[in-house]
Design a protein around this ligand. Structure first.
Ligand code: SF4
Length: 159
């Protein structure tokens, strides 16, 4: 099980089952959890030096996605969809997330998944043809799944 160095969470995340589960898991494991106002603007992280990148990446942010704007794509998909996470805990040298988020490319997990999926389903149902929604363009969903899975479902380790 991956345990972060610290967890930064929006209070509202506790109104969602996934948010409560994650926070309980981390608190039970003695991980320090800090309440933040907004996952988009964590002053403590912003003020850190680029040289602290490795340590910054060892944190997890838990929040609620408020804006859910689909961006027209029309290349390999119809829409780029900001989905249930952004960023990543890994540090692949070729990763474009660093270009997008700079040192704040840490993993943010959004706990209002049902609302996000509901919007996709409604849009798909209204369309007169099949649509392709690209949901993993600014995160790594495999990694996210390893973190958000319920205990007992999968014992594989992630390092
Ligand atoms: S998003 Fe993918 S490429 Fe980027 S750091 Fe994570 S695992 Fe590596």
């Amino acid at each position: 099980m991956f345990l972060p160095k610290g967890v930064y969470f929006e209070k509202d995340a506790e109104n969602y089952e996934l948010g409560r589960d994650l926070l309980k898991r981390y608190r039970d494991n003695g991980i320090p959890c800090f309440e933040i106002d907004n996952h988009n603007n964590i002053e403590e992280m912003r003020k850190k030096q680029n040289s602290e990148f490795r340590s910054i990446k060892q944190n997890i942010i838990i929040g609620v996605r408020k804006t859910h704007k689909f961006v027209e794509n029309h290349k390999v998909s119809d829409y780029l969809v900001p989905y249930t996470s952004s960023g990543c805990i890994a540090m692949c040298l070729y990763c474009y997330l660093v270009c997008n988020f700079n040192k704040c490319s840490y993993l943010r997990i959004f706990v209002n998944r049902e609302q996000m999926l509901d919007k996709i389903i409604k849009m798909a149902n209204k369309a007169d043809r099949d649509l392709v929604f690209e949901i993993g363009s600014n995160s790594d969903l495999v990694l996210e799944n390893m973190i958000t899975r319920k205990f007992g479902m999968d014992n594989r380790e992630f390092c």
